[in-house]
Design a protein around this ligand. Sequence first.
Ligand SMILES: Cc1ncc(COP(=O)(O)O)c(C=O)c1O
Length: 460
Amino acid sequence: MKSITNSFVNNKKTTDQNSTVQLIAGTGKCDTEELHSMYDQYSCQCDETGMYDRFLVVERAQGLNVWFKGDRKPYLDLVMGFASLNLGHQHPRVKEAVLAAISNIDHIHSFNSESKILLSKILAEKAPGSFPKKVYYPVGGAMAIDTAIKLARAFTKKPRIASFTGAFHGFSYGAMMVTDDPIINKWQYGPYPGEAVRLPYAYCYRCEHSRCRFQCLKSAEQFLSQNNDIAALIIEPIQGHAGFIIPPREFIVGLKELCQVNGILFIDDEIQVGMGRTGRMFCIEHFGVEPDIILLSKSLAGGYYPLSAVIARSEIWDCIPPAGSGIGSTFVNSPLGTYIALQVQKILEEENYINNAYRTGAYFTRELKRFEKFQNIDNVTGLGLIQSFEVVKDKKTKEPAPVIAKKIQSEGLKQHVIINITGLKKSRIKFTLPLWVSREDIDVIVARLEDILERAGLTE
Ligand SMILES: Cc1ncc(COP(=O)(O)O)c(C=O)c1O
């Protein structure tokens, strides 16, 4: 039987001056002004690409550094692709994995890949909980959230989802339903697939109760015991977008107990804080809790593929019939993404990066704590390579100071340092570093930050 020749040669056309081919031939050669004017004319401006400075156009990146067009001096990147680069920019072993992956396969649908099967075994075994688990790989974080909501509703046959004040879970309809960010004008897109119940998160620095006694947990207890239509509670074990808010252990443990008592699933969204970032593979391990569903994404495939993972108790997955499941999409279970993710798991283990994140993170917290000497900086907290602090007008009133925070960010850019301001009042500064940073790197970073704070006018 004759075989297919796999010839890519076709009838090549000569190109005219204004063709797509000519334009693309200029990639890397366009001058910055030309790019800015094309950006203004053709790019949607409501996304976040101009958030820092619309005139900065990325050229290349390496390790902790990013270079922008027309500027030879690198910028120190303290944001790391919003936690999608736990191994930093262009890690040589991740690059090697990407090249190996694309040299053999691109995408195929409806068939299994060896990497997907092996990765599932690894993630299911590493995830907390001695019960059987199964794994599925959507595209990006928001789709993982949607999948978890579908699973919870199908398994429990209950309609409502409870989430938390300050929560961020993404921008799909399901994810926005459980997101709580007053800055996002979410009502212009309504109606939503139901509205989630919002329970208070343990943001202790901004607790409104003069005497704590875990009022947040008590109100969750009261609500959950009086409402029997809650399918699941979805929670970030450390809130990312809110500014790396670390709750007390008792809060997370207490919520899990409430879930158990009331037949509610516990969904652990560690899309931002998982993958070794806190010094444990899964952030939830710090709290000693075994979630029913765990969600990962961002750094899962080293930042090269938008892979996410839904790791759930096998009995939950098994309640969905295989045919007509209503769960899936063209690029799910990607052989490319799962291959890279498998290699990322190997690198994390062989290089001992997660332990490094824990130890170096503790050093970073100690060093950053010194910044509390400044009048406007308070509540330096961190766990592993999750670090943040509040920028306030006054430490007694704790009034947020978004203008000062913005000034710090702008001064950072002037000094070639990329700093993220976040939180509900845009007054919390957070840092996200690759898991391999050394103490020497931290010393350089802290010195540069201190210089920026002084230049921004902060005083002791
Ligand atoms: C905790 C958390 N969940 C979900 C998401 C949504 O992920 P994605 O942006 O890939 O849709 C994010 C994104 O920042 C996140 O931080």
